[in-house]
Design a protein around this ligand. Structure first.
Ligand SMILES: [Zn+2]
Length: 112
């Protein structure tokens, strides 16, 4: 699901999982060759991320962006679960391997 966005139409919650390299996460280093090229590319991605998030929020969506490296962090799962509760999504939670409630991502109809 990396790089994908899961949306729950009617609930207006969008969860983006951003690949660390492409979205400029501090956990990744830029390649040592063509550094400027990569920096530009990643900055462009980040600007687009912000534009997409802003447009959705203006439309009343709850937007959550999660970096690939943070997907399994308990704090991330808590954040996602809370957003879903706030948006009124019920009975749609699964438990991950550590026993945290996480929203069901697979198998949602109408996703991007
Ligand atoms: Zn990362």
């Amino acid at each position: 699901m990396i790089g994908k966005c899961a949306r729950w139409p009617g609930r207006k919650v969008a969860v983006f999982v951003d690949g660390c390299f492409w979205h400029g996460c501090h956990c990744k280093y830029l390649p040592r060759t063509n550094t400027e090229f990569w920096r530009d590319k990643i900055e462009t991605n980040k600007r687009r991320d912000r534009r997409v998030s802003q447009a959705l929020r203006r439309d009343g969506w709850t937007v959550i962006r999660v970096k690939e490296c943070a997907v399994r962090k308990p704090s991330t799962l808590t954040r996602i679960a809370k957003a879903f509760r706030d948006a009124g999504v019920r009975g749609n939670a699964i438990r991950d391997t550590q026993g945290h409630d996480v929203p069901r991502v697979a198998g949602t109809a109408g996703g991007a």
